[in-house]
Write a protein that binds this ligand. Structure first.
Ligand code: ASP
Length: 585
């Protein structure tokens, strides 16, 4: 047990939220922001003073010239509140500081919004005035939880023999699928550094350098569109280890993440369950399944193998049952159909399960086209009973999964941060996910992932059937991170580059340093990266990672507080050898 730090300073004896009955009779001095001031005639004023630990009521004889958010130091004597005036909603509600003198340390303009969790201020305004927003208890709690989680992750890794190493921010391109931020060089005009999408190559080189077990709480930068779960810069627990395989990595990362979960929630979640990628897709239609609820996808391809219904003669047919959803309105069903179409389906078939003569029957626009066998097959495969809604999609496998996987979450899901916390490891990903416009396979994880040893001989002949040794960690339907066993041999890495359409010369010019490291003795190695922003958001009960980042960008990628990104002076551009040119229409 570490003892609590001494929080007394030359300016204060106590923090506001910690003054209590045990202090009655003591002269104290507290510092903070004025949360509220009330006057009782000319003889008495009440000032509620706030710091990050909470509020305390200060009673000032006479009047006091302070306003909301003034920074003040208050000295006085702690006393129990008069009978009947205690405030049970306040940690300090049984006491007040009486006979106060108030020293103004800083005056403040009226705040742009009330520093109060109950007031819903516009997010743009909150980010513009983040220094005010951060005073709110919710934001204080979020940032402090983040620090607790970081500390738990760090100690979890240290305990397992990992060594923290910092890797460069000015770096060379790393192909991990995202657009990169580019930093022009002043000394070598016409050339650029790239901000790392992740320390992927650096950590692999560290393994070549004999670091054995590396970790870092690393900032990663990707120039991608922003969303609730994505910012330009984000933070990862980045991990790599030598002489290990997949099982070792899953064990290391599980340990650190479960430590963090335990520190954040007070309860250690059970051992993390595991699904194969194929199983996750089949059952949940996604590689990031939310395991907090059922509503699994039911395969109906066989059921409709001999159907006359044209809409159901497709390579793959699947359905989901919405229990008790039979009463869903027509306009809601139309909305769901539109959503299915936006996700790439040709349509969405829906049926209301109704009581029938010989068992459950089906109602809906397509019901009259179904044969008796179709109805019996559909009802028995899905287990639908009267009162349920059945949704069916027929298409290519990936489309069916994408559509029903999404509708499942729309219809059955709950906010990501709502407990219980269901982690899952997803393993056995394919090495490639489809092909690009030039017909080259696209790496599902990144090009440094080791193919499954049993599939290596099909790398050139049938690349999309090759499994990889990569794995993802998922929590409540959010992808928390991914990792893989890496290629550590130059010959296999060159084959992967070739399959990806990166020829030997390009490979040498872009990744010569990595291939060189492999030629100089690289240990077998594997690793992982956990998205800390997402992990903290979920445990903080937040739906957006912006709520757990001190200074986030808005959805449009700007920072209304500093004004970034900003134009730079022509001098600065000239030093870099750059000139602004008009953007082509
Ligand atoms: N570099 C990967 C990422 O950022 C993680 C890893 O493979 O370790 O997603």
């Amino acid at each position: 047990m570490t003892s609590a730090p001494d929080t007394t300073t030359s300016m204060r004896t106590h923090r506001c939220g910690e003054v209590g009955l045990h202090d009655v009779g003591r002269t104290v001095r507290v510092c903070g922001w004025v949360a509220r001031r009330r006057e009782h005639g000319e003889h008495l004023a009440f000032v509620d003073l706030r710091d990050h630990t909470g509020l305390v009521q200060c009673v000032v004889p006479g009047t006091v010239d302070v306003r909301s958010e003034y920074v003040v130091a208050v000295a006085g004597v702690v006393r129990a509140r008069p009978a009947g005036t205690a405030n049970p909603d306040l940690a300090t509600g049984e006491v007040e500081i009486g006979e106060c003198t108030v020293e103004v340390l800083s005056v403040a303009e009226p705040p742009p919004f009330a520093v109060d969790d109950r007031v819903d201020a516009d997010e743009h305004l909150r980010i513009r005035y983040r220094f005010v927003d951060l005073r709110r208890p919710r934001m204080q709690a979020n940032l402090r939880l983040r620090a607790v989680i970081n500390a738990a992750l760090r100690s979890g890794m240290e305990r397992q023999g990992f060594c923290e190493v910092e890797t460069p921010l000015l770096w060379a391109p790393t192909p991990e699928g995202a657009r990169e931020f580019v930093v022009p060089s002043r000394l070598q005009r016409g050339t650029c550094y790239v901000l790392p999408q992740s320390p992927q190559l650096a950590k692999q080189l560290l393994m070549g350098g004999g670091m054995d077990r590396y970790y870092q709480i690393a900032r990663c930068l990707r120039d991608e569109d922003l969303r609730a779960d994505r910012q330009f810069e984000f933070t990862q627990l980045d991990v790599e280890a030598s002489f290990v395989g997949q099982e070792d990595v899953l064990a290391f990362v599980s340990e650190a993440v479960l430590d963090a979960a335990e520190r954040a929630t007070g309860t250690r979640p059970p051992e993390i369950e595991r699904l194969t990628w194929a199983d996750a897709m089949d059952r949940f239609g996604t590689d990031k399944p939310d395991l907090r609820f059922g509503m699994e996808l039911v395969d109906l391809t066989q059921t409709f193998a001999g159907t006359e219904v044209r809409a159901f003669s497709a390579p793959c047919v699947k359905g989901i049952v919405v229990e008790g959803g039979g009463g869903t309105t027509r306009s809601r069903l139309d909305q769901l159909t539109d959503q299915a179409k936006q996700l790439g389906a040709k349509g969405l078939a829906w049926f209301r399960a109704v009581p029938g003569e010989g068992g459950t029957g089906l109602d809906g626009p397509l019901a009259r086209f179904l044969s008796d066998d179709d109805v019996v097959g559909l009802v028995s495969a899905t287990g639908a009973v009267a009162g349920d809604l059945v949704l069916v999609v027929a298409d290519e496998y990936r489309t069916v999964c994408a559509v029903l996987g999404r509708l499942r979450v729309v219809l059955g899901g709950s906010p990501v941060s709502e407990g219980p916390f269901r982690f899952a490891w997803i393993v056995d990903f394919p090495l490639f996910e489809g092909v690009d416009g030039d017909g080259n396979p696209v790496a599902a994880h990144h090009p440094f992932t080791m193919p499954h040893p049993d599939d290596l001989d099909r790398l050139e002949s049938d690349p999309t059937s090759v499994r990889s040794q990569s794995y993802d960690l998922v929590l409540n339907g959010w992808e928390l991170g991914s990792g893989s066993v890496r290629i550590h041999r130059a010959d296999i890495q060159s084959r992967i580059f070739a399959v990806l359409g990166i020829g030997p010369e390009e490979a040498e010019s872009r990744f010569g340093f990595l291939l060189g490291a492999f030629r100089h003795g690289a240990p077998p190695h594997a690793g992982f990266a956990v998205g800390i922003d997402r992990l903290v958001a979920i445990f903080a009960g937040e739906e957006s990672i912006r709520e757990v980042i001190a200074f986030p960008k808005t959805q449009s990628g700007s920072d209304p507080m500093t004004g970034a990104p900003k134009p730079v002076a022509p001098r600065v551009l000239a030093d870099l050898g750059l000139r602004e040119v008009p953007v082509p229409e």
